[in-house]
Design a protein around this ligand. Structure first.
Ligand code: FMN
Length: 355
């Protein structure tokens, strides 16, 4: 008998080049290519993963890798992934300043309808100055950014739940008059909405408007506190939010082999891309104060777990014990990594009763 709820498994897909390490050490630098994404998506589906999740990126970080500089826009990417899979969930990630919420509601309703309820939305308020300057867009200061994101999600939910032609919304940021979306989404009351804000304003947004909180705990031990903070904030406003940890996995046959692989990534760090990434940060939020440079280099911020299948399974089981409802996985070598995880880690999660 399991005492903890089952854990959801997601894959943080390589829809951007050099996902996720800022390093020239990459077995398959062409992994971002469309057919690679399809192969990896189909493998994840066959191995019972629950969802595929993309990064939203518009330009690279320079350096030798031009980290994430070649990338698929995530609505068009999601449409293709849904078409080439049968059961797995697929998300799109939107930057609030780039897409009007009406367009997001319309495209999302269409994808969810056409896929029979397999689509979901990750909303990003924005932090990368370089990208938004490129488009002549303003991301606003941090507090105002989250005010806008709150209105943004209200507009999308309103359009997804009110009878077509009946939704009105008036705020400083958005005005909708008799908003009409048809067909409506397949999922009821609406497709899942994720936000990965870590700041005070970000966590309040998740608690009041979102269904899932995605996070990068600085350690396994720190995850319990982060989870209960979000769940308590949501409970105060009569809501339930579930939590997912973004993990970058290096799985070796021995601890030493996994550690050596980690060192190879770090030794070949793309220092220029890394410093451009840090220079473009406009968090104003202390969100990543506990992150180390190694954490950014290995995984763009996801929590690195380095070890054997047994120690990785133990870390995930421990996070689940602390209330984590899912994990979002990334790998240096996605196909081989997903396969190794499925063959050697999932059976241990099953044995523990959480899959
Ligand atoms: C799992 C995860 C996925 C994220 N995906 C993206 C992304 O695709 N594009 C992006 O610009 N930011 C992304 N972010 C950044 C967050 O949306 C958010 O801006 C960041 O965590 C800072 O939080 P704050 O705004 O509360 O300070 C992601 C963060 C996490 C933890």
């Amino acid at each position: 008998m399991t005492t903890t709820p089952p854990i959801k498994l997601g894959l943080f897909m390589p829809n951007c080049s050099f996902s996720m390490s800022m390093s020239t050490y990459k077995p398959h630098p062409e992994e971002w290519e469309f057919e690679y994404n399809v192969r990896i998506a189909q493998l994840a589906e066959a191995e019972g993963f629950d969802f595929l999740f993309p990064s939203a990126r518009w330009r690279g970080m320079g350096g030798e890798t031009n980290y994430q500089g070649t990338n698929f826009e995530t609505f068009t990417w999601a449409a293709s992934m849904l078409q080439r899979t049968q059961r797995i969930g697929v998300y799109s990630t939107v930057h609030v300043p780039v897409y009007h919420p009406f367009l997001v509601a319309k495209m999302g309703a269409g994808l969810d309808y056409m896929s029979g309820g397999r689509w979901g939305l990750n909303v990003v308020s924005g932090w990368n100055q370089t990208e938004f300057k490129m488009m002549g867009l303003d991301i606003a200061d941090h507090a105002r950014r989250y005010e806008r994101t709150t209105d943004y999600i209200k507009v999308i939910k309103g359009l997804w739940t009110c009878e077509p032609g009946t939704f009105d919304f008036e705020s400083e940021w958005y005005q909708i008059h008799q908003g009409w979306i048809s067909p409506m989404p397949h999922s009821k009351p609406y497709p899942p909405i994720i936000n990965a804000g870590t700041s005070e304003a970000g966590r309040n947004l998740v608690a009041t408007e979102c269904d899932w909180s995605f996070m990068c705990p600085p350690s396994v031990e720190a995850s319990g506190g982060m989870v209960s903070d979000i769940k308590q904030r949501a409970a105060k406003v009569g809501r339930q939010v579930r939590c997912v940890a973004a993990l970058f996995l290096i799985i070796g046959d021995t601890e030493a082999a996994a550690e050596e692989e980690k060192q190879r990534i770090l030794e070949q760090a793309d220092r220029e891309a890394l410093s451009n990434w840090l220079a473009g940060l406009s968090m104003d939020s202390n969100s990543f104060d506990s992150h180390t440079l190694d954490m950014f280099c290995l995984s763009g911020g996801s929590t690195p777990l380095v070890g054997t299948p047994a120690s990785i399974a133990e870390a995930i089981i421990e996070m689940n014990r602390q209330g984590m409802d899912g994990v979002l996985l990334s790998f240096l070598d996605y196909y081989a990594g997903t396969q190794k995880f499925a063959r050697e880690v999932i059976p241990l999660l099953e044995k523990a009763g959480i899959r």
